[in-house]
Design a binder for this molecule. Structure first.
Ligand SMILES: [Zn+2]
Length: 52
């Protein structure tokens, strides 16, 4: 079964988010520019959505 993990990341946390995604999903993520979302790691505005 495939997990549908979606992580939002600011510029500072995007590398962490990619690492977490790869560790969890064991697949290369899509990295999509987003607006109006909050980083999953801090309270900053998210710049990217990392998902499978
Ligand atoms: Zn952040």
């Amino acid at each position: 079964m495939e997990k549908e993990a979606v992580i939002y990341a600011c510029k500072e946390h995007v590398e962490m988010a990619i690492d977490d995604f790869v560790n969890t999903a064991e697949a290369a993520p899509q990295i999509i520019k987003v607006q109006n979302e909050r980083c999953s790691y801090c309270e900053e505005k998210a710049e990217y959505e990392i998902k499978g």
